[in-house]
Write a protein that binds this ligand. Sequence first.
Ligand code: F6P
Length: 317
Amino acid sequence: MKNIAILCSGGDVSGMNPALKHFVEYSLQKNLKPFFIYDGFEGLIDDDIKEASYCDVAGIITRGGTKIGSARSTRFMQKEFREIAKQNLDKHSIDMLIVLGGDGSFRGLDIFYKEHGVKFCGIPSTIDNDINGTDYSLGVDTALNIIKTSIDAIRDTASSFKRAFVIETMGRDCGYLALVSHLTSGSELCLIPEIDYDLKSYEENFKTQIENGRRYFIAIVSEGIKQDSQEIADWFENKIGIESRVSILGHIQRGGNPSIYDRLMAYKFITHAIDGLLQGKKESVVCYTKSDFTYKSINEVANIPNKLDSQLLSLIK
Ligand code: F6P
């Protein structure tokens, strides 16, 4: 029986727990012994590695976050700690690793593979959906649904009070969450880092809309834009002439009950990751593009800046 381990790295996403559940089930089905590495690469360095069983994953499919914890490890960037990590894997006879994380984690793994030959398969997992080479990262659908519910709720109060609401989404330098939320909620304004903007160009139109009876505005802005959300709210008050409020959705976007789509994607990603390792893939990332799964190299995924889908972008224009 061969040993295989899984860890979560970077920002947690809803979908990690369903992935852990299927990891245990599918490993056992494939006659592999599954191990959990707790708290990301930190646990790998500190030997927080335990064999996993069905009992560990009972009842977790409905829960956001990750049962085995996650971390952003700076120690794993240092050679001496990667050597300790390798010794710990050897102690448990583990030579196959699955990592749920983002491109930074995959880059670290690639160095680890080159130094120590530990085979790995990455599963893109970030609500930001900013990983090059995959159209979808685990957790995005749940985050979008939470944003949708929040915007719908804010719209109720915005319209009651004749106010403008500036709703800030996460995403780091990527405007995907904001853009999709804008398109699917019918908001009046969307500002994302990928598109330069000039607020002045909206002023005449927005003022006319108020004159014609508009009671509220919803603006969805991504956290990576050049201005603070409060500055956008001030602009609504001072230039458009409507009372405004800011609502920063924050970490609420990262938690919550995983959507059906994320549960299913978690199962599919894990199946492909384990199958890939068993077929001899040594350093790959399972990507989902054009409605299909493929294995890509680290260079195709981690070293090229991600671009927003041009079709989506054309919809905003
Ligand atoms: O990468 C995921 C993400 O949620 C980003 O959207 C956000 O900028 C960041 O992580 C927040 O990080 P932290 O949880 O460390 O505050």
